[in-house]
Design a protein around this ligand. Structure first.
Ligand SMILES: C[S@@+](CC[C@H](N)C(=O)[O-])C[C@H]1O[C@@H](n2cnc3c(N)ncnc32)[C@H](O)[C@@H]1O
Length: 281
């Protein structure tokens, strides 16, 4: 791929999904785009890009964008956010939302579903306390193919061995040949929906908790800031935002403030006392 074509694909990816591809990632771009070229009947990546430029084919643009996304995920990733959700956040919501009896959680880059399903299994444990409550888990991603996979709730042996406590495997999964199928009871707790983080999330409604983990790392500073600034509008006044362990709001937006109790947890700067008790100002 010549530098001019690389630059073209680089801006296409930045505009469509916020993904930053640096010249050192040229090899990755080529490795991932080769199968896309073949799928569209092109002999080379150069032919694929040429065809896209001539016809502005949406199908090619979607496939290029999907091929470059990283969908790595696992159940109960990093554990601490899920412990905090179960032991502090849900009990606090049970007190603070007692009149509305409604809890809304958003998993903003849910990949193949391990993160929202981890939350759904926790909420299932708390079914007795949550009887009569409406609990929405909205799980979104930019990738249509990964959302389809997530909704199926079928995982490989390798995937269920990563982070999933054995008692949950036994309780909620059934083995079907090579795959482990999640029970419909847990699957039905999660609503999967397409959403690009570069757009305005207000149509999704307000949330008490937002998980937006391990996606901002792929964006540049300006995009990270814009995404987080838009999230401010959809997070309840006392709500919390979870980011991945290597992500932060510091130096990116002044609208969220880290909560001391747990790394990776953020609240509205200067907002009401958040769901995680000892929130900083
Ligand atoms: C590495 S996975 C993170 C999955 C999960 N949150 C976790 O921490 O395990 C990143 C996900 O972000 C999605 N993604 C990338 N760009 C996006 C965008 N602009 N809008 C929404 N999702 C995006 C990818 O499709 C991918 O599934």
């Amino acid at each position: 791929m010549d530098p001019e074509q690389f630059e073209y694909v680089r801006s296409l990816l930045l505009e469509r999904s916020g993904l930053v591809v640096t010249p050192e990632k040229m090899y990755l771009l080529e490795t991932r785009l080769f199968p896309v070229a073949r799928r569209h009947g092109c002999k080379t990546i150069e032919d694929l890009i040429k065809r896209y430029r001539e016809h502005q084919s949406e199908a090619i643009a979607v496939d290029i964008s999907e091929a470059m996304n990283t969908h790595e995920s696992l159940f109960f990733r990093d554990n601490a956010p899920f412990e905090l959700f179960k032991k502090t956040i849900v009990p606090e919501l049970l007190k603070r939302r007692v009149n509305k009896k409604k809890i809304r959680v958003w998993c903003a880059a849910c990949s193949s579903g391990q993160e929202p399903y981890s939350l759904a299994m926790i909420l299932d444990d708390l079914s007795a306390e949550l009887a009569g409550w409406q609990v929405d888990i909205i799980a979104t991603d930019i990738s249509h193919s990964v959302l389809e996979r997530a909704a199926e709730g079928a995982f490989t042996q390798f995937e269920v061995q990563r982070g999933l406590p054995v008692q949950y495997l036994v309780k909620h999964f059934t083995q079907e040949h090579e795959t482990w199928r999640l029970s419909s009871r847990i699957r039905e707790r999660v609503k999967f929906q397409h959403f690009n983080l570069l757009s305005d999330p207000r149509a999704l409604g307000k949330f008490d908790v937002i998980f937006c983990r391990n996606v901002l790392i792929y964006f540049d500073l300006a995009t990270k800031g814009q995404v987080m600034d838009r999230m401010v509008n959809v997070l309840a006044g006392d709500g919390v935002l979870f980011l991945g362990s290597s992500e932060s709001t510091i130096g990116i937006t002044a609208k969220f403030w880290p909560v001391v109790a747990g790394r990776g947890v953020y609240k509205h700067t200067g907002g009401a006392p958040c769901l995680v008790e000892n929130g900083a100002p």
